[in-house]
Design a protein around this ligand. Structure first.
Ligand SMILES: C[S@@+](CC[C@H](N)C(=O)[O-])C[C@H]1O[C@@H](n2cnc3c(N)ncnc32)[C@H](O)[C@@H]1O
Length: 242
């Protein structure tokens, strides 16, 4: 059965407005990807092999190839529709990106022909996995990596307590309302925004973990040097090395 989180990204209205909505809903994406790239201790001209888990419309893969243009990215996503937009965005890097359509819960079979990968990265995608699935995917990523290779995840998290989560959700909705600037009826005020976001997250099957749980999943999968490199409210960049 296809994952809810993939089906949600096959819907034409979600796909066509995805990047514009990311600017309103997740303006930290640019900063998070910048941090993820800064972590990597490689020269710009190295021929790296990387895997993007949940390439979506190709934003992070594009930024990766802008930083490491001699590299190859294996770009995985379950949604053909999202991959189509990535293909368009990444036209200039044709030949440097190989798309793989499938569920990253089966990362081992999707990448059975790959090994000694330098980097596995993901942005805003792994919160679609529960704790057990996430650790399995991270373990598969560890198997893919060469010794010293990096796993980097820029994603959403949930707070440790309901009180903190409630405050963060209010701040989040206020930010969305301000950025939408009255131009989007869904984001007219904090109440309508929260209602919309809650419904969207249910459709997409979001299940973010706490930061502590994300770090524990990295530890449990067998990564070393597990650390948080950046966090603001409900978004974090975490990483580990093989
Ligand atoms: C929120 S988008 C993130 C896209 C991109 N990485 C970004 O930062 O904008 C999540 C992407 O993950 C994909 N996805 C969700 N669950 C998946 C799964 N189990 N296997 C493969 N792709 C999945 C969706 O199709 C979607 O393209």
């Amino acid at each position: 059965m296809k994952a809810k989180s993939i089906e949600a990204y096959e819907a034409s209205e979600r796909v066509s407005s995805y990047d514009a909505e990311m600017e309103i809903m997740h303006p930290n994406r640019a900063k998070m990807v910048e941090v993820a790239l800064e972590i990597l201790p490689f020269d710009a001209n190295e021929r790296l092999t990387a895997v993007d888990l949940g390439v979506g419309t190709g934003y992070s893969t594009q930024r990766f190839l802008d930083s490491f243009p001699a590299s190859t990215v294996y770009a995985i996503d379950g949604s053909e529709e999202m991959i189509e937009i990535a293909r368009e965005r990444l036209k200039a890097y044709e030949g440097s990106v190989e798309y793989r359509l499938g569920d990253f819960k089966a990362l081992d079979s999707l990448t059975a022909d790959l090994s000694d990968v330098d980097v596995v990265f993901s942005s805003y995608a792994l919160h679609h996995l529960d704790r057990g699935e996430k650790e399995t995917t991270m373990r598969d990523a560890l198997t893919l990596l060469r010794d010293g290779g990096w796993f980097i995840n820029a994603d959403i998290i949930v707070a440790e307590t309901d009180e903190v989560e409630e405050r963060i959700q209010v701040l989040r909705a206020q930010g969305v309302v301000a950025r939408a600037a009255g131009l989007d009826e869904r984001f007219r005020d904090v109440a309508s925004t929260r209602q919309f976001l809650t419904a969207m997250e249910a459709v997409e099957g979001d299940m973010p973990l706490t930061l502590r749980e994300d770090l524990a999943a990295l530890d449990g999968a067998g990564f070393r040097d597990v650390a948080t490199w950046w966090q603001e409210y409900r978004e974090a960049v975490t990483a580990g090395r093989k």
